[in-house]
Ligand binder design. Structure first.
Ligand code: HEM
Length: 116
């Protein structure tokens, strides 16, 4: 189905255990994350896996966030491996949360795009 940012706002309540739009908490601030280079929220201390993905060219889009949220570790390791950095595709992201429901992933990605 199409993406629904209003439904995504409700899904985002699950993210708020760790994230806010405008400040770092357990997770980095997510305002402006769509279009942002991975691993670059000011003042947040990222895992090497997340940091290296940004250095290797990962820029967050709605599409790649939809894939990432299903399995953040698998997504980041595949990204680095595909970019020729298999040596960096080790360790674990600090983002331990997964969102299995694809419609919820689509909706929350649309909501994230509204956070400027
Ligand atoms: C990182 C989204 C839920 C903890 C991230 C990033 C995104 C994201 C896009 C990468 C940010 C960047 O590169 O600047 C979301 C969404 C969630 C969610 C949309 C809900 C659907 C959670 C939850 C937790 C969490 C529940 C804590 C249990 C973290 C942490 C990082 C992170 C610690 C940094 C990862 C690292 O440095 O390896 N999240 N997240 N997230 N998230 Fe989440």
């Amino acid at each position: 189905a199409a993406q629904d940012a209003a439904k995504g706002e409700a899904v985002f309540k699950q993210c708020m255990t760790c994230h806010r739009a405008d400040k770092n908490m357990v997770g980095p601030a997510l305002a402006g994350v769509v279009g942002r280079k991975a691993g670059t929220a000011a003042g947040f201390s990222y895992s090497p896996l997340n940091h290296h993905s940004g250095e290797a060219g990962l820029v967050w889009t709605q599409d790649n966030i939809i894939t990432y949220l299903a399995d953040p570790n698998a997504f980041l390791k595949k990204f680095l491996t595909d970019k020729g950095h298999a040596d960096q595709a080790v360790g674990a992201t600090k983002m331990t949360f997964k969102l299995a429901n694809e419609q919820q992933r689509k909706d929350v990605a649309a909501y994230l795009a509204t956070l400027k």
